[in-house]
Write a protein that binds this ligand. Sequence first.
Ligand SMILES: [Zn+2]
Length: 268
Amino acid sequence: MRSEPTETATIPQAPVRTQPATCEKHGPYDQRVVVILDKELRGGCPECHRIANEEREQREKAQEALTKRLAISRKLGDSLIPKRFADRSLANYQVQNKGQAEALRFCRHYVKTFDQIAENGRCMVLLGKPGTGKTHLGAGMANDLMRNTSHSAVYRTVGSILQAIRATYDRASEATEASILASLIEPSLLVLDEVGVSKEQPSDFELTTLFAIINGRYEQVKPTVVISNLGPEQLPVAMGERCVDRLREGGMIVVPFEWESHRGKEGV
Ligand SMILES: [Zn+2]
């Protein structure tokens, strides 16, 4: 019959008062003084306290992100971004023409608005001629995200993924196909390079693997950046129509790298 809540109010409170105090950094504040067992406990500056809390939270966040990255990289068996591309960033991308400036602008915007991109799982494809810096921009986006945000990003070529999965068929392998796929689905961003590089009809194994990755990320609303030397009309052949459908969901951003052909056309 008796209700509980009021009883807690009967616990005696330690007497609290405030007195004026001054922080060296933040100036005057109301200092809380609590008397416990005849001892005066004086509170610190609330601004100092707030800053210390904020710093602790940031450290915890960074630690959390690092732990997550390490877990993913353990699964992959090496770093998230291959050593060769570790120094690529959007800042050190050499712009030599209008097309490159435009492509860089798209990539910068993608990284800058990545919180939103991640929420919608909005994908991006960098398509066009070889040797136009697509890989630099793709690896650069992944590097910039890793350096400047708490997001995780992985850069991989299709070839290296297929090879890693084939290697799991070896009995001595610690990794499994499932663990490799999971490590490609888990990161906030996956940059998938050299799609359709073989020029031949892709094998069933290749198509199944690509769909498992792209669809796995789609189901978790995670964005993927796809890089290919193919044109937009050839992409469904190289990846499978279903894959491209998944990429298109949420409004795929297409960045064409076609300035070389532009230059060629001008001469005609
Ligand atoms: Zn202070």
